[in-house]
Design a protein. Sequence first.
Length: 416
Amino acid sequence: MRMLKTASGQARPAGAGPAAPEGGGPAELPGARAREAVAARGPLMIGALRRHWLISALLLAGLVLRLLSSVAYRPALLYIDTLKYLYNAWPGTDPLGYSGVLKAILLVGNLETVAAVQHLVGLAMGVAIYALLLRRGAPRWLAAVAAAPVLLDAYELQIEQTIMPDVWFEALIVAGLVLLLWHPRLPAWAIAVAGITLGLSATVWQGGEFLILPAAVYVLIAVKGAGEGGGGWWRAIGGAALMCAAFALPIVSYMSVSYAVTGHFWLSRSGTSAIYGRVAEAADCATLKLPADERPLCPTARQKALGPDGLEHAPSSPLNIPDQLSHVPELCPGQPPGRDHRGAEAPEHGGDELRHLRTARPVPGRQGHGGQAAGRVPQLLPAQRRLYARPGVPGRGGGRPARHAEPDPPRRPGRP
Protein backbone atom coordinates (compact mmCIF):
# COMPACT_ATOMS: atom_id res chain seq x y z
CA MET A 1 0.00 0.00 0.00
CA ARG A 2 1.23 3.44 -0.94
CA MET A 3 2.29 5.43 2.11
CA LEU A 4 2.06 9.21 2.42
CA LYS A 5 4.83 11.15 4.06
CA THR A 6 4.68 13.83 6.68
CA ALA A 7 6.67 17.05 6.59
CA SER A 8 9.52 15.30 8.42
CA GLY A 9 9.65 12.52 5.84
CA GLN A 10 8.02 9.81 8.00
CA ALA A 11 5.53 7.60 6.25
CA ARG A 12 1.92 7.35 7.36
CA PRO A 13 -0.98 5.24 6.05
CA ALA A 14 -3.11 6.74 3.29
CA GLY A 15 -6.56 7.76 4.40
CA ALA A 16 -5.45 8.62 7.89
CA GLY A 17 -6.61 11.83 9.47
CA PRO A 18 -4.72 15.09 9.36
CA ALA A 19 -1.08 14.81 10.23
CA ALA A 20 -0.18 15.94 13.72
CA PRO A 21 2.36 18.72 14.04
CA GLU A 22 5.93 17.71 14.70
CA GLY A 23 5.81 19.13 18.21
CA GLY A 24 3.08 16.69 19.16
CA GLY A 25 0.39 19.38 19.35
CA PRO A 26 -3.23 18.83 18.31
CA ALA A 27 -3.95 18.13 14.64
CA GLU A 28 -4.97 21.11 12.50
CA LEU A 29 -8.57 20.67 11.31
CA PRO A 30 -9.57 21.58 7.73
CA GLY A 31 -10.62 25.24 7.48
CA ALA A 32 -9.08 26.11 10.83
CA ARG A 33 -6.74 28.64 9.27
CA ALA A 34 -9.65 30.31 7.48
CA ARG A 35 -11.60 30.57 10.72
CA GLU A 36 -8.56 31.97 12.47
CA ALA A 37 -8.16 34.58 9.73
CA VAL A 38 -11.83 35.62 10.06
CA ALA A 39 -11.50 35.77 13.82
CA ALA A 40 -8.38 37.91 13.48
CA ARG A 41 -10.25 40.41 11.31
CA GLY A 42 -12.80 41.08 14.04
CA PRO A 43 -10.45 43.12 16.29
CA LEU A 44 -9.10 44.89 13.20
CA MET A 45 -12.61 45.96 12.17
CA ILE A 46 -13.43 47.07 15.70
CA GLY A 47 -10.23 49.07 15.78
CA ALA A 48 -11.04 50.66 12.42
CA LEU A 49 -14.52 51.63 13.64
CA ARG A 50 -12.99 53.20 16.74
CA ARG A 51 -10.50 55.19 14.70
CA HIS A 52 -13.17 56.30 12.21
CA TRP A 53 -16.08 56.50 14.63
CA LEU A 54 -17.37 59.84 13.39
CA ILE A 55 -17.73 58.86 9.72
CA SER A 56 -19.17 55.51 10.85
CA ALA A 57 -21.86 57.31 12.85
CA LEU A 58 -22.61 59.62 9.92
CA LEU A 59 -22.88 56.67 7.53
CA LEU A 60 -25.26 54.90 9.90
CA ALA A 61 -27.39 58.03 10.24
CA GLY A 62 -27.39 58.50 6.46
CA LEU A 63 -28.45 54.89 5.94
CA VAL A 64 -31.35 55.25 8.39
CA LEU A 65 -32.52 58.46 6.70
CA ARG A 66 -32.43 56.78 3.30
CA LEU A 67 -34.42 53.81 4.55
CA LEU A 68 -37.05 56.18 5.94
CA SER A 69 -37.17 58.05 2.62
CA SER A 70 -37.65 54.81 0.72
CA VAL A 71 -40.53 53.77 2.99
CA ALA A 72 -42.20 57.19 2.99
CA TYR A 73 -42.08 57.80 -0.78
CA ARG A 74 -42.68 54.45 -2.41
CA PRO A 75 -41.81 53.50 -5.05
CA ALA A 76 -40.03 56.78 -5.84
CA LEU A 77 -40.61 60.49 -6.34
CA LEU A 78 -41.63 61.44 -9.87
CA TYR A 79 -41.17 64.81 -11.53
CA ILE A 80 -42.67 65.95 -14.80
CA ASP A 81 -39.22 65.65 -16.43
CA THR A 82 -39.10 62.00 -15.36
CA LEU A 83 -41.03 61.18 -18.54
CA LYS A 84 -38.07 62.36 -20.61
CA TYR A 85 -35.93 59.57 -19.27
CA LEU A 86 -38.53 56.81 -18.98
CA TYR A 87 -40.24 57.32 -22.34
CA ASN A 88 -38.16 59.92 -24.24
CA ALA A 89 -41.02 62.42 -23.97
CA TRP A 90 -40.29 65.83 -25.49
CA PRO A 91 -37.25 64.46 -27.36
CA GLY A 92 -34.26 66.71 -27.63
CA THR A 93 -34.97 68.79 -24.54
CA ASP A 94 -32.26 67.14 -22.43
CA PRO A 95 -29.42 64.64 -22.90
CA LEU A 96 -30.55 61.08 -22.31
CA GLY A 97 -27.48 59.55 -20.68
CA TYR A 98 -29.59 58.88 -17.59
CA SER A 99 -31.99 56.80 -19.68
CA GLY A 100 -29.31 54.15 -20.14
CA VAL A 101 -28.85 53.88 -16.38
CA LEU A 102 -32.60 53.58 -15.88
CA LYS A 103 -32.99 50.87 -18.52
CA ALA A 104 -30.14 48.83 -17.04
CA ILE A 105 -31.64 48.95 -13.53
CA LEU A 106 -35.22 48.35 -14.70
CA LEU A 107 -34.11 45.19 -16.46
CA VAL A 108 -33.64 43.57 -13.06
CA GLY A 109 -35.88 45.68 -10.80
CA ASN A 110 -38.43 48.45 -10.60
CA LEU A 111 -38.57 52.08 -9.55
CA GLU A 112 -37.92 51.12 -5.93
CA THR A 113 -34.73 49.45 -7.13
CA VAL A 114 -33.71 52.63 -8.96
CA ALA A 115 -34.20 54.70 -5.81
CA ALA A 116 -32.28 52.14 -3.72
CA VAL A 117 -29.34 52.18 -6.12
CA GLN A 118 -29.31 55.98 -6.12
CA HIS A 119 -29.25 55.98 -2.30
CA LEU A 120 -26.24 53.66 -2.38
CA VAL A 121 -24.56 56.04 -4.82
CA GLY A 122 -25.13 58.86 -2.33
CA LEU A 123 -23.50 56.88 0.48
CA ALA A 124 -20.60 55.98 -1.81
CA MET A 125 -20.00 59.66 -2.53
CA GLY A 126 -19.68 60.36 1.18
CA VAL A 127 -17.14 57.55 1.59
CA ALA A 128 -15.17 58.77 -1.46
CA ILE A 129 -14.96 62.32 -0.12
CA TYR A 130 -13.80 61.05 3.27
CA ALA A 131 -11.16 58.74 1.79
CA LEU A 132 -9.83 61.44 -0.53
CA LEU A 133 -9.38 63.99 2.25
CA LEU A 134 -7.65 61.45 4.46
CA ARG A 135 -5.25 60.62 1.64
CA ARG A 136 -4.43 64.30 1.19
CA GLY A 137 -3.61 64.68 4.89
CA ALA A 138 -6.80 66.09 6.42
CA PRO A 139 -7.61 65.04 10.01
CA ARG A 140 -10.32 62.43 10.39
CA TRP A 141 -12.82 64.74 12.04
CA LEU A 142 -12.48 67.34 9.28
CA ALA A 143 -12.85 64.74 6.53
CA ALA A 144 -16.01 63.43 8.22
CA VAL A 145 -17.45 66.92 8.50
CA ALA A 146 -16.81 67.48 4.78
CA ALA A 147 -18.69 64.27 3.93
CA ALA A 148 -21.63 65.05 6.24
CA PRO A 149 -23.65 67.22 3.79
CA VAL A 150 -23.78 64.44 1.19
CA LEU A 151 -24.79 61.91 3.83
CA LEU A 152 -27.38 63.93 5.78
CA ASP A 153 -28.70 66.79 3.66
CA ALA A 154 -32.47 66.63 3.01
CA TYR A 155 -32.10 67.87 -0.56
CA GLU A 156 -29.59 65.12 -1.22
CA LEU A 157 -32.07 62.54 0.06
CA GLN A 158 -34.75 64.04 -2.18
CA ILE A 159 -32.74 63.89 -5.39
CA GLU A 160 -31.69 60.31 -4.61
CA GLN A 161 -35.33 59.32 -4.14
CA THR A 162 -36.43 61.10 -7.34
CA ILE A 163 -36.28 59.49 -10.78
CA MET A 164 -34.06 62.24 -12.15
CA PRO A 165 -30.39 62.36 -13.22
CA ASP A 166 -29.16 64.78 -10.54
CA VAL A 167 -27.51 62.23 -8.27
CA TRP A 168 -25.64 60.61 -11.20
CA PHE A 169 -24.42 64.01 -12.39
CA GLU A 170 -23.18 64.67 -8.87
CA ALA A 171 -21.55 61.25 -8.62
CA LEU A 172 -19.67 61.69 -11.91
CA ILE A 173 -18.30 65.01 -10.70
CA VAL A 174 -17.18 63.48 -7.40
CA ALA A 175 -15.55 60.55 -9.23
CA GLY A 176 -13.71 62.90 -11.59
CA LEU A 177 -12.43 65.03 -8.71
CA VAL A 178 -11.27 61.96 -6.79
CA LEU A 179 -9.30 60.80 -9.83
CA LEU A 180 -7.68 64.20 -10.26
CA LEU A 181 -6.85 64.77 -6.59
CA TRP A 182 -5.89 61.25 -5.50
CA HIS A 183 -2.34 61.45 -6.88
CA PRO A 184 -0.11 64.36 -5.81
CA ARG A 185 1.69 63.94 -9.14
CA LEU A 186 -0.88 63.33 -11.84
CA PRO A 187 -0.24 60.30 -14.08
CA ALA A 188 -1.48 60.44 -17.67
CA TRP A 189 -3.98 57.62 -17.15
CA ALA A 190 -5.63 59.47 -14.25
CA ILE A 191 -6.01 62.59 -16.41
CA ALA A 192 -7.58 60.56 -19.22
CA VAL A 193 -10.01 58.64 -17.00
CA ALA A 194 -10.97 61.80 -15.10
CA GLY A 195 -11.59 63.61 -18.39
CA ILE A 196 -13.87 60.83 -19.66
CA THR A 197 -15.72 60.74 -16.33
CA LEU A 198 -16.31 64.48 -16.28
CA GLY A 199 -17.28 64.43 -19.95
CA LEU A 200 -19.89 61.76 -19.23
CA SER A 201 -21.53 64.18 -16.81
CA ALA A 202 -22.52 66.37 -19.78
CA THR A 203 -24.46 63.44 -21.28
CA VAL A 204 -26.45 63.29 -18.04
CA TRP A 205 -26.99 67.06 -17.66
CA GLN A 206 -25.81 69.48 -20.31
CA GLY A 207 -24.48 71.94 -17.74
CA GLY A 208 -21.57 69.56 -17.28
CA GLU A 209 -19.99 71.05 -20.41
CA PHE A 210 -18.65 73.90 -18.27
CA LEU A 211 -16.54 71.51 -16.18
CA ILE A 212 -13.89 71.37 -18.88
CA LEU A 213 -12.59 74.84 -17.96
CA PRO A 214 -11.75 74.24 -14.24
CA ALA A 215 -10.54 70.72 -15.00
CA ALA A 216 -8.12 71.85 -17.71
CA VAL A 217 -6.84 74.74 -15.58
CA TYR A 218 -6.24 72.40 -12.62
CA VAL A 219 -4.32 69.91 -14.77
CA LEU A 220 -2.24 72.74 -16.22
CA ILE A 221 -1.28 73.95 -12.74
CA ALA A 222 -0.88 70.52 -11.10
CA VAL A 223 1.36 69.08 -13.81
CA LYS A 224 3.51 72.23 -14.04
CA GLY A 225 4.09 72.31 -10.28
CA ALA A 226 4.61 68.59 -9.69
CA GLY A 227 7.95 68.84 -7.94
CA GLU A 228 11.33 69.73 -9.37
CA GLY A 229 11.65 68.91 -13.00
CA GLY A 230 7.92 68.21 -13.18
CA GLY A 231 8.05 68.55 -16.95
CA GLY A 232 7.73 72.25 -17.43
CA TRP A 233 5.13 74.05 -19.49
CA TRP A 234 5.20 71.61 -22.39
CA ARG A 235 4.28 68.70 -20.16
CA ALA A 236 1.59 70.82 -18.49
CA ILE A 237 0.13 71.82 -21.85
CA GLY A 238 0.19 68.18 -22.94
CA GLY A 239 -1.70 67.17 -19.81
CA ALA A 240 -4.31 69.88 -20.37
CA ALA A 241 -4.69 68.81 -24.00
CA LEU A 242 -5.16 65.19 -22.88
CA MET A 243 -7.84 66.34 -20.45
CA CYS A 244 -9.68 68.25 -23.19
CA ALA A 245 -9.51 65.32 -25.61
CA ALA A 246 -10.71 62.82 -23.01
CA PHE A 247 -13.48 65.19 -21.90
CA ALA A 248 -14.69 65.64 -25.48
CA LEU A 249 -14.70 61.90 -26.27
CA PRO A 250 -18.03 60.94 -24.60
CA ILE A 251 -19.67 64.20 -25.68
CA VAL A 252 -18.73 63.84 -29.34
CA SER A 253 -19.72 60.17 -29.24
CA TYR A 254 -23.15 61.06 -27.87
CA MET A 255 -23.61 63.84 -30.44
CA SER A 256 -22.58 61.50 -33.26
CA VAL A 257 -25.20 58.97 -32.20
CA SER A 258 -27.73 61.80 -31.93
CA TYR A 259 -26.89 62.91 -35.48
CA ALA A 260 -27.25 59.37 -36.82
CA VAL A 261 -30.63 58.89 -35.10
CA THR A 262 -32.22 62.35 -35.23
CA GLY A 263 -30.18 64.33 -37.75
CA HIS A 264 -29.08 66.83 -35.05
CA PHE A 265 -25.46 67.01 -33.94
CA TRP A 266 -26.17 68.15 -30.37
CA LEU A 267 -26.49 67.05 -26.79
CA SER A 268 -29.91 68.69 -26.62
CA ARG A 269 -31.76 71.77 -27.77
CA SER A 270 -32.38 72.96 -24.21
CA GLY A 271 -29.43 75.35 -24.12
CA THR A 272 -31.15 78.28 -25.83
CA SER A 273 -34.62 77.59 -24.44
CA ALA A 274 -33.33 77.29 -20.86
CA ILE A 275 -31.58 80.63 -21.18
CA TYR A 276 -34.72 82.16 -22.67
CA GLY A 277 -36.95 80.95 -19.84
CA ARG A 278 -34.78 82.50 -17.15
CA VAL A 279 -33.98 85.73 -18.96
CA ALA A 280 -37.52 86.38 -20.20
CA GLU A 281 -38.96 86.03 -16.70
CA ALA A 282 -36.69 88.82 -15.42
CA ALA A 283 -36.78 91.03 -18.53
CA ASP A 284 -38.56 94.40 -18.38
CA CYS A 285 -39.68 94.61 -21.98
CA ALA A 286 -41.21 98.05 -21.49
CA THR A 287 -37.75 99.57 -21.10
CA LEU A 288 -35.89 97.36 -23.60
CA LYS A 289 -35.16 98.56 -27.12
CA LEU A 290 -35.62 95.44 -29.23
CA PRO A 291 -35.78 94.94 -33.00
CA ALA A 292 -39.25 94.41 -34.39
CA ASP A 293 -38.60 90.75 -35.17
CA GLU A 294 -37.61 90.06 -31.50
CA ARG A 295 -40.40 92.02 -29.85
CA PRO A 296 -42.90 89.10 -30.10
CA LEU A 297 -40.64 87.09 -27.80
CA CYS A 298 -41.31 89.49 -24.91
CA PRO A 299 -43.70 87.70 -22.51
CA THR A 300 -46.78 89.36 -21.12
CA ALA A 301 -47.38 89.53 -17.37
CA ARG A 302 -49.63 86.49 -17.66
CA GLN A 303 -46.96 84.57 -19.55
CA LYS A 304 -44.30 85.55 -17.00
CA ALA A 305 -46.46 83.95 -14.34
CA LEU A 306 -45.67 80.62 -16.01
CA GLY A 307 -42.17 80.79 -14.53
CA PRO A 308 -38.93 79.70 -16.24
CA ASP A 309 -40.14 76.14 -16.91
CA GLY A 310 -43.43 77.36 -18.33
CA LEU A 311 -41.69 79.90 -20.54
CA GLU A 312 -39.58 77.06 -21.92
CA HIS A 313 -42.21 74.38 -22.42
CA ALA A 314 -45.78 75.68 -22.07
CA PRO A 315 -47.76 75.93 -25.34
CA SER A 316 -48.80 79.48 -24.39
CA SER A 317 -45.18 80.65 -24.08
CA PRO A 318 -43.97 83.12 -26.75
CA LEU A 319 -41.22 80.60 -27.52
CA ASN A 320 -43.80 78.01 -28.55
CA ILE A 321 -46.41 80.10 -30.39
CA PRO A 322 -45.76 79.58 -34.12
CA ASP A 323 -47.47 82.86 -35.11
CA GLN A 324 -44.93 84.73 -33.02
CA LEU A 325 -41.91 82.58 -33.84
CA SER A 326 -42.54 83.03 -37.55
CA HIS A 327 -41.34 86.61 -37.15
CA VAL A 328 -37.95 85.34 -35.94
CA PRO A 329 -36.14 83.80 -38.95
CA GLU A 330 -33.30 82.45 -36.79
CA LEU A 331 -35.73 80.31 -34.79
CA CYS A 332 -38.16 79.23 -37.50
CA PRO A 333 -36.51 79.68 -40.92
CA GLY A 334 -39.06 79.62 -43.72
CA GLN A 335 -41.87 78.81 -41.32
CA PRO A 336 -45.31 80.04 -42.44
CA PRO A 337 -47.49 81.62 -39.73
CA GLY A 338 -49.81 79.27 -37.88
CA ARG A 339 -47.63 76.20 -38.48
CA ASP A 340 -45.34 74.31 -36.19
CA HIS A 341 -41.79 73.16 -36.96
CA ARG A 342 -43.11 70.17 -38.93
CA GLY A 343 -45.42 72.27 -41.08
CA ALA A 344 -48.54 70.98 -39.34
CA GLU A 345 -51.28 73.25 -38.08
CA ALA A 346 -50.40 74.87 -34.80
CA PRO A 347 -52.08 73.31 -31.74
CA GLU A 348 -54.41 75.29 -29.56
CA HIS A 349 -52.74 77.27 -26.83
CA GLY A 350 -52.96 76.01 -23.28
CA GLY A 351 -53.80 72.48 -22.29
CA ASP A 352 -53.01 70.22 -19.39
CA GLU A 353 -49.96 68.00 -19.86
CA LEU A 354 -50.99 65.79 -16.98
CA ARG A 355 -53.88 64.36 -18.95
CA HIS A 356 -51.34 62.57 -21.11
CA LEU A 357 -50.35 60.41 -18.17
CA ARG A 358 -51.66 57.41 -16.39
CA THR A 359 -50.21 54.69 -14.23
CA ALA A 360 -51.18 51.60 -16.15
CA ARG A 361 -48.03 49.58 -16.86
CA PRO A 362 -46.45 47.93 -13.83
CA VAL A 363 -42.75 47.34 -13.53
CA PRO A 364 -42.09 43.84 -12.13
CA GLY A 365 -42.17 44.05 -8.38
CA ARG A 366 -44.22 43.27 -5.34
CA GLN A 367 -47.69 44.68 -4.83
CA GLY A 368 -48.05 47.95 -2.97
CA HIS A 369 -50.99 49.53 -1.18
CA GLY A 370 -54.43 49.23 -2.68
CA GLY A 371 -53.40 46.40 -5.00
CA GLN A 372 -51.15 48.67 -7.07
CA ALA A 373 -47.80 47.41 -8.22
CA ALA A 374 -45.08 49.08 -6.22
CA GLY A 375 -43.09 49.84 -9.35
CA ARG A 376 -45.91 51.32 -11.41
CA VAL A 377 -44.72 54.00 -13.79
CA PRO A 378 -46.55 56.49 -16.04
CA GLN A 379 -47.65 55.76 -19.58
CA LEU A 380 -48.68 58.13 -22.34
CA LEU A 381 -52.38 58.31 -23.18
CA PRO A 382 -54.38 60.11 -25.85
CA ALA A 383 -55.19 63.72 -25.08
CA GLN A 384 -58.84 63.01 -24.26
CA ARG A 385 -57.85 61.14 -21.10
CA ARG A 386 -57.05 62.87 -17.81
CA LEU A 387 -55.17 61.76 -14.74
CA TYR A 388 -57.03 61.81 -11.42
CA ALA A 389 -54.77 61.51 -8.37
CA ARG A 390 -55.72 60.64 -4.86
CA PRO A 391 -55.06 63.47 -2.40
CA GLY A 392 -51.84 63.42 -0.43
CA VAL A 393 -50.18 65.39 2.31
CA PRO A 394 -50.01 69.07 1.22
CA GLY A 395 -46.50 70.21 0.43
CA ARG A 396 -45.07 66.71 0.81
CA GLY A 397 -45.56 65.36 -2.68
CA GLY A 398 -47.90 62.73 -1.29
CA GLY A 399 -50.79 61.01 -2.98
CA ARG A 400 -50.73 58.08 -5.37
CA PRO A 401 -52.02 58.26 -8.92
CA ALA A 402 -55.30 56.53 -9.57
CA ARG A 403 -55.06 53.02 -10.91
CA HIS A 404 -56.85 53.92 -14.12
CA ALA A 405 -57.15 57.16 -16.00
CA GLU A 406 -60.71 58.34 -16.58
CA PRO A 407 -62.21 60.29 -19.48
CA ASP A 408 -62.66 64.02 -19.06
CA PRO A 409 -65.99 64.75 -17.34
CA PRO A 410 -68.71 66.20 -19.61
CA ARG A 411 -68.93 69.97 -19.65
CA ARG A 412 -72.15 71.91 -19.49
CA PRO A 413 -73.10 73.80 -22.64
CA GLY A 414 -71.91 77.37 -22.67
CA ARG A 415 -69.22 76.81 -20.01
CA PRO A 416 -65.50 76.77 -20.88
